[in-house]
Write a protein that binds this ligand. Sequence first.
Ligand code: SAH
Ligand code: SF4
Length: 375
Amino acid sequence: MTLDTATPRTNLLGLTREEMETFFVSLGEKKFRAAQVMKWIHHEGCDDFESMTNLSKALRTRLEEIAEIRGPRVVYEGASQDGTRKWVLEVEDGSYVETVLIPAEGGKRRTLCVSSQVGCSLDCSFCSTGKQGFQRNLTSAEVIGQVWVASNSFGARRDTTNRPVTNVVMMGMGEPLMNYNAVVPAMKLMLDDNGYGLSKRRVTLSTSGVVPMIDKLGDELDVSLAISLHAANDELRNELVPLNRKYNIATLLDSCRRYLDKCDDTRMLTIEYTLMKDVNDQQCHAQELATLLGDLPCKINLIPFNPFPHSGYEKPSRNQVMRFQQWLEELGHTAPVRMTRGDDIDAACGQLVGRVKDRTKRHERYIQSIQIDAD
Ligand code: SAH
Ligand code: SF4
């Protein structure tokens, strides 16, 4: 295939159904071509037009001239003994992002943790992604490309009764609500039957609390929402999550209530609470948290801090984590602890270079500790 470098090709990977329909209509084709091509891309893992045998030869040739299906390049792929799979992906400008697939329930559930940005601008004090600063937003093709790569690793042809990826959590690198315009189309593709056909309860967006965007998201989609709270008073949260100085806890929880009100089913929020030794892991913190959350329909995920060099924080002891959980449960809150799982994939991580290695190890441990409960 010869490449025409003069006009950039349209990458069809990140197009929602509406965008794909507009694209085909602009070529003088019928709208239903969109569903056909989406199925080839997202159900079959196809990246060449030649294989799309239900399209005419003329249309396939035309598509080869003006379009492409370009996913991120896999730089590293690893599998751990517990079934966790991990990818380091190279995106357009040579940056790396990572994606991790975590199995649960004897393989019935496979949760993919997806990145939304290279780096992050929000600079939470305990987060290594934040420490790297912000490099750039991923495109919708790069966000959905992570689901595409993970799904393709299970071979072609999707079976709706045995999906390679059953759940997605937007909990990888970056703040998804700071990249709204790429993340929302990608999540639409996760939900679309011609895309990945996941139910909205199985797609979770995690945010540190970009309030206006929580409201906007609620007007457009009703995926599950996870809030990275980590502190129950503004003084401490200002320190851990600087964004709190802009949108404080009361403002954030109000937006969460509005979000839940917009969902047309009974839905629970996930509250993420990273436990840091002597910072937010004492009984007074548990009491304050329980009081703050009151009767908000939510589940609290307790995540022991994952240390990284020069973080300045420590992980609490296992006993302290258990005590914290018990305090919350005595106060009427469900608070599963997300413990770190087997680390045998680390050896492979050691083969990765510099910054990739650091990020990967931190995220891997964190991501392995997460199993979002959904249907
Ligand atoms: N930016 C979004 C999503 C990506 S971060 C957010 O903040 O929610 C995903 C989760 O990882 C967040 O809950 C974040 O607080 C948590 N996290 C970041 N660094 C961590 C660390 N070192 N140990 C444990 N959890 C961490
Ligand atoms: Fe960004 Fe989330 Fe890390 Fe905060 S915790 S710096 S919002 S990725």
